[in-house]
Design a protein around this ligand. Structure first.
Ligand code: BJW
Length: 263
């Protein structure tokens, strides 16, 4: 879809909404990391799931049925996320955190790029691809033992066995049908229940319970700012839809807040 984006107008509006806020929550999704080179999940042309059916990859049932396919896909993504770098948008969010008395960054991403950009203690709703554990008993699995496994493209790789119990290793991420880490969910819930503004960046807003977080903020009458080049189910309800990209919009916004002298 081609559209012209008035980034300056959107930025001014977003900065105005944020200028008087004390408590800010940010929710990010795969679009946040797209400009770092991590493909998103649902984009028709480039999304990982245009090539691979998610139900064949991101469920516990898929891991039982096709362990080598699922493990190989995650091993490829594990290496990809280690090879890429945070972009200006990740750094802008780390900088923005310092401007508010209460700032919570909630991410659905498992790539660790927010932490690598300096964001302190982000809430990782869907776990982390930086660590692995065994499937049956959750024993931590040393990622050093992954070296030498698989090739440079996603392909079948038999999951190595846990040295303690022999069950297959898997990424420490949350698959469909699995429960999110309780502490992360509680922190995210508390943040949207207490925030003055919610900023939502790069998520299709279709996967729950993450997609319920903006719904909670909206029910409280909190303004929601959405940064996403495409419309989502959230767009019609947002106080501002900024149809820009994370790497462009967020540094602009941080710069505007700085110019406004926001803390
Ligand atoms: C840009 C950009 C740029 C592009 N700049 N933007 C309530 C109602 C209905 C269903 C459910 C419900 N509650 C639970 C469910 C079931 C299920 C669910 O939500 N299903 C839906 C598909 C309907 N949820 C679950 O199973 C969750 N568990 C749970 O709820 O447990 C309790 C329970 C269990 C069983 C039954 C009922 C309750 C677990 C969800 C786990 C999701 N896991 C994944 C995989 C993680 C590991 C991995 O990375 O592989 O998480 S799936 C995948 O989707 C991943 C993502 O974090 C997540 C969200 O995707 P995201 O981030 O939004 O990415 P995209 O690709 O969809 O969108 C990218 C966006 O960026 C697009 O909009 C672009 O336009 C934009 N963009 N470039 C800014 N440069």
């Amino acid at each position: 879809m081609s559209k012209s984006v008035d980034n300056h107008e959107c930025c001014e509006h977003a900065a105005t909404l944020l200028a008087d806020a004390d408590r800010v929550t940010v929710l990010t999704g795969a679009g946040m990391s797209q400009e770092s080179g991590v493909p998103t999940f649902r984009e028709a042309q480039t999304g990982l799931w245009a090539r691979y059916d998610p139900s064949d990859l991101a469920t516990p049932e898929a891991f039982v049925r096709h362990p080598a396919r699922v493990f190989g896909w995650y091993l490829w993504r594990f290496r990809l996320t280690r090879a890429v770098e945070p972009h200006a948008g990740h750094y802008a969010l780390a900088s923005m955190a310092e401007r508010f008395s209460d700032f919570t960054l909630v991410t659905q991403n498992v790539d660790g790029l927010h932490r690598r950009a300096g964001s302190r203690d982000p809430v990782e709703l869907h776990g982390s691809l930086e660590s692995f554990r065994c499937a049956d008993r959750g024993h931590p699995f040393d990622v050093g033992a992954l070296e030498g496994l698989g090739g440079s493209e996603p392909g079948d790789v038999t999951p190595p066995a846990c040295p303690q119990c022999g069950s297959p290793a898997r990424p420490a991420v949350v698959w469909f049908g699995e429960v999110l880490p309780a502490e992360a969910l509680e922190r995210a819930w508390a943040a949207v229940q207490g925030c003055d503004v919610l900023l939502v960046v790069g998520t299709s807003s279709v996967v729950y319970p993450a997609a319920a977080l903006p719904e909670i903020a909206l029910r409280r009458g909190v303004p929601v700012i959405e940064i996403n080049p495409e419309r989502t189910p959230l767009t019609a309800h947002a106080a501002l839809w900024w149809p820009g990209s994370a790497a462009t919009a967020l540094p602009m916004l941080d710069g505007s807040l700085s110019a406004l002298g926001s803390r």
